[in-house]
Write a protein that binds this ligand. Sequence first.
Ligand code: ME8
Length: 646
Amino acid sequence: MENPKRFYITTPIYYVNDIPHIGHAYTTTACDAIARYKRMKGYDVRFLTGTDEHGQKIQAAAEAKGETPQQFVDRIHQTFRDLCKLLNASNDDFIRTTEERHIKTVQAIFAKLIEQGDIYKGTYSGYYCIPDETYVPESSMGPNKTCPDCGRPLTVMEEESYFFRASKYVPQLIDYYEKNLKAVMPKIRYNEIMSFLRSGVRDQSVSRTSLKWGIPVPGDEKHVVYVWFDALVNYVTSAGYLDDPEKFNYWWPHVRHMVGKDIIRFHCVIWPLMLLALGINLPVEIFAHGWWTVDGEKMSKSKHNVVDPFKTVKEYGLDPFRYFLLREVPFGNDGDFSELALVGRINSDLANDLGNLLNRTLQMIRSYRGGLVPSCSETKSELSELSSKVLERVDEAMNDYAFDEALKTIWEFIGRSNKFIDETAPWKLAKDESQGERLDFVLLNLYESLRLSAMLIAPVMPDTAKRIWTQLGINDDPSKAQYDSFKWGEGSGRTIGTSEVLYPRIDIEAWKKSKEEKKLQEEQNNSAPVEHEAEISIDDFRTVEMRVARITKCEEIPKSKKLYKLEVDLGYEKRTVCSGIKAFFSTEELIGKTVILVTNLKPVKLCGVESNGMILAASVKKDGVSEQLTLVEPEDKTIPLGSRVS
Ligand code: ME8
């Protein structure tokens, strides 16, 4: 056990160019559950979350909306605050990287590292992934010079840059990790980081001249600080690194970071190297969780399968959502989200196991003891003995961030308590007056089992825990209780409250039917407000000449974000065509495609390139911007090029 009992937990700070989704909800919920748990174990807890508001992606997203970056981040960051509220997160601070306290801290740290020679000026040239804002070493590039993470084409960049002397501190970090085997969890990530570190780490470029939306480098304002350097510093900013040394010393030695597995190199390599350079101690633990897919597929905007926490919570309730996230998948592994699985958990674990135990117990206390929780001379039972083991096992699991294990253990206890009812058959005892004391014993034990179970689930389902305690006749908030002061038997003498169904069972068949109807309705709604063009005659239509063509070349147009310059082969001639489909395809995907070309359009110049035709595509547009797009292709690809389409 840590002494003094302090616990400082952080989520990553979320990029505000995206809307909150299940991934953000996941990390925040996990951190909240552990923060609540530690508070109930007597720890002084600090829980930090916030938003990452600088960098290329944000600047581009603001431009696309026609707003200044500041207006944009002021507006969007609010959705992440709303997410915290929605999730009932008990965070103590919400940091924004555009706040003054943070800007000052980043600049002070940058200046300190320049002064001590750990940041120096040089020239950087390399392959850069603009959407991911990262240089990609040649050794990790994907096929045809693409980004290994997102698959998009890389751009060659050369710029004057400040470099952080990361390489200098690598041996020290390896040594630290060798001595602290749980500093990076789970084990698979620890191993990944160790082999990465052992393969060597280059000095890191930590400034950019190519964009404006960032924190100016102190004393050299044509550079802005690289967004990851800026973002990582948030953890010390919030703890008072710059202006509150007492606060900083109080919290920093107890810091833990929770992150998704995709950002471990930044958190387990770059950040600790920065801390070593600054002479600040390293995080106690960094835990990397897995990724959610949705119905077996990668979540993406283009697939329209992004899980919106606001919608899901509205439909199924907050606590079931929190429970599902932490129960369904061993923390650290990847998981698959499906509404059907969520409904399954609600029915089996919440309505059935927990709901039944509560209903049956309260019903019996009401019928057999007039709503008064009985007392008895001997309270020790199989359940009370199991309860101490449960408390220990839950503690072990929570210390390892094994939320699913902790919940499984609690549900085994709930299951055992339900079985206890069947075994002791209180309805039979109630018929026999000589069994009065035995009935008291059984009812008290069941009551205690519920009182404890509610307390144990409070970190994950704070509202449900409170609702259970209210029904048990306890007016306190279980989230404020302390596990270590729980005493089996102390529930006797209370009068139970009014019963209500905790979670009604969802009728799966009716649910499936209503989902199908809703989907149909949505499809109809989407197609309803179609705006039709004016009628044309067949002769008008015949004036449009369309032919089968094949894309033979595809190049980027440096001045354009949307256009590709394509060469298309019509069989009888080759033409240059500009097409605004860059957001949907890589150059490699397009080369070789058989498409339909409108061949008699007047040539136009687009971004300096003459375009001689138009490729047909179907698209879904929102606010005039294509969200989904597919090319029209002839089914039989052997049809000769140049064939007329009519
Ligand atoms: O990375 N399943 O921010 P972010 C699970 N600003 N987790 C997911 C996920 C999914 N499908 N998709 C995303 C950043 N995440 C930086 C952090 S910290 C100094 C800077 C997780 O908004 C992802 O793994 O892109 C990450 O932990 C978190 O969401 C924030 O991602």
